[in-house]
Design a protein around this ligand. Structure first.
Ligand SMILES: *[C@@H]1O[C@H](CO)[C@@H](O)[C@H](O)[C@H]1NC(C)=O
Ligand SMILES: *[C@@H]1O[C@H](CO)[C@@H](O)[C@H](O)[C@H]1NC(C)=O
Ligand SMILES: [Cu+2]
Length: 314
């Protein structure tokens, strides 16, 4: 296996993050790009910026790094932001904050997404797993999960080799980044590819109301990718694996494309369970918590990707 380019701290020179001022219009939205069409220079710079996050102090006053702020917040809010209406808007802003953090670490290209529908023939061969231009592949192939379920399959190649995410579900617990490609019954099997084909995505896209769309997208393709990649991508600490953000950019892309088919209706269409108890309906006035990662914000303010807060398209 080839090793990745050597990184130096100098690459982390803070680049001025271009952030919109409230009130600015979004005249020239940045087009987000599928990972495989990002180009090798941007791919390299993106991953350098990811590693740079591991050298930056926490923005939350924690004793861990900027990299770890994301799994920290996501885990603390797990039951508030998943299997509820705000799943899509909450993750839309979460990905944007990460994109801003990458920009602070010198990344100048567009945010990238992973369109997994392009890889269902063999998800293990998706370009995102490339050991030179991607995020490295499956965890240690020497560990057989059927025989040795106690050992973690640490990522042992590519640029993320050796990285130590700081948090697990129980709290502070530095550990190797693990992946465990699987189909639930085999390793790697087909990595649940049947759950995220173009056909499945088309069926979800054909749903005409937000609650049904969110429910199927979250429980179907979204959940399948988390499960199939396994390792750190399975528990609520999943932002430990940088692939999380390309996956969630794709989820956001599918929502955005769905909205853009009927913007007059869908840019304000929202609803479904406000909490897991499902006793109250969510509304656009609901305030989404971010635990100081970014100020809390109303759902209404993140319903489009071209406004005072966001300026991108797909
Ligand atoms: C960081 O804080 C945690 C508690 O959140 C503590 O357990 C850990 O020892 C601290 N680590 C360092 C390197 O100080
Ligand atoms: C929430 O409850 C309503 C009515 O009680 C039900 O129709 C709906 O399917 C529930 N939604 C979810 C996501 O469980
Ligand atoms: Cu999440």
């Amino acid at each position: 296996m080839r090793s990745f380019f050597v990184l130096s701290a100098g690459l982390c020179a803070a680049a001025a993050a271009v952030s919109l001022q409230v009130g600015d219009a979004c005249d020239n939205p940045v087009k987000r790009v599928e990972w495989r069409t990002l180009g090798t220079e941007n791919q390299k710079q993106y991953i350098e910026a990811v590693l740079c996050l591991k050298t930056k102090p926490s923005g939350l006053g924690l004793n861990t790094t900027r990299y770890d702020d994301f799994p920290y917040v996501h885990t603390k809010l797990d039951k508030t932001i998943h299997t509820v209406a705000m799943f899509l808007p909450w993750h839309r802003l979460f990905v944007q904050v990460y994109e801003d953090a990458l920009a602070d670490c010198g990344y100048t290209g567009p945010m990238a997404y992973w369109d997994w529908t392009l890889d269902t023939a063999d998800p293990t061969k998706a370009p995102v797993w490339d050991t030179v231009t991607g995020f490295g592949g499956n965890g240690d192939p020497a560990i057989d999960p059927l025989k040795d379920s106690s050992s973690k399959k640490c990522v042992i190649d590519g640029p993320l080799k050796g990285i130590q995410p700081a948090y697990q579900m129980g709290g502070y617990a530095p550990h190797c980044l693990a992946r465990n490609f699987n189909s639930g019954i085999a390793f790697p099997g087909n990595m649940l590819a049947d759950s995220y084909t173009q056909k499945v995505v088309a069926e979800i896209n054909a749903l005409d109301d937000y609650p049904a769309f969110r429910y199927r997208l979250e429980g179907g393709p979204h959940g399948a990718i988390h499960s199939a990649v396994g390792g750190d991508m399975s528990p609520a600490t999943s932002p430990n694996d940088p692939i999380f953000f390309l996956h969630h950019a794709q989820v956001d892309r599918l929502w955005t494309l769905w909205q853009q088919e009927k913007p007059a209706v869908r840019n304000t269409q929202f609803g479904g369970p406000k909490t897991r108890a499902n006793t109250t309906q969510a509304t656009l006035e609901d305030v989404m918590p971010y635990l100081n990662l970014v100020p809390d914000i109303k759902v209404a303010e993140v319903m489009t990707t071209q406004n005072a807060r966001f300026c991108y398209t797909y």
